[in-house]
Write a protein that binds this ligand. Sequence first.
Ligand code: 6GU
Length: 241
Amino acid sequence: MVDFHILTLFPDMVMQGLHTSILGRAVDRGDIAIEAVNIRDFTTDKHGKVDDYTYGGGAGMLMQAQPVFDACQSVIDRIGQDRRRRVIYVTPQGKPFHQAMAKELSMEEELIFLCGHYEGIDERVLEEIVTDEVSLGDYVLTGGELAAMVMVDAIARLVPGVLHNEESAETESFGDGLLEYPQYSRPEIWHGKRVPEILLSGDHAKVDAWRLEQALLRTKERRPDLYEKYMEAHDLYNQRG
Ligand code: 6GU
């Protein structure tokens, strides 16, 4: 069971996106909990303002420390001190997100995601509340919401109970460090293309061997970086080259 709390200026966007399909059902069953907290609700500014100009000049506005701090503190007060928690700021300045990080975070109890907007957030509040800064990759989004939603999805599906077919989280891409092998369903011939013969053989050992071979070939061709890591980790260079 992981509780997700997303601090954002766009709570509807986050809740819409995360209450659908598999995650929606996981929430209904109580395997995970997801809430969006509107940072604007915590501003002490009488006009509801949460941003201001940056010291030193330059284009764009910055989210101010006060509403961000108070929104985060309100969540922490509700959680209680004894729960294991992380406060994750989603930002292109963070460490690149990957599957092993998703796995590690899926074992926490309380995950608070902080979504920035405008040109970012006052550095002083980040220093006080954030435990992890994480990025989706080397490109820029208009805000942290989509990035947080991607991370919540990747983490939530690793929480026990969320995926009913326990196996599917284990054998898929990245679970073992390889890309997935190609898959086929009916009909046996489509647009003149046949399903590989071995998959129709009923010989499970042969099918497994073929799938591993395909996964290795595909990873070597498309992601030489992952292939290298896998071969090193399994000490397979001597056997295969
Ligand atoms: Cl985590 N946030 C934002 N705002 N933009 C991004 C990102 C995160 N990762 C890549 N681009």
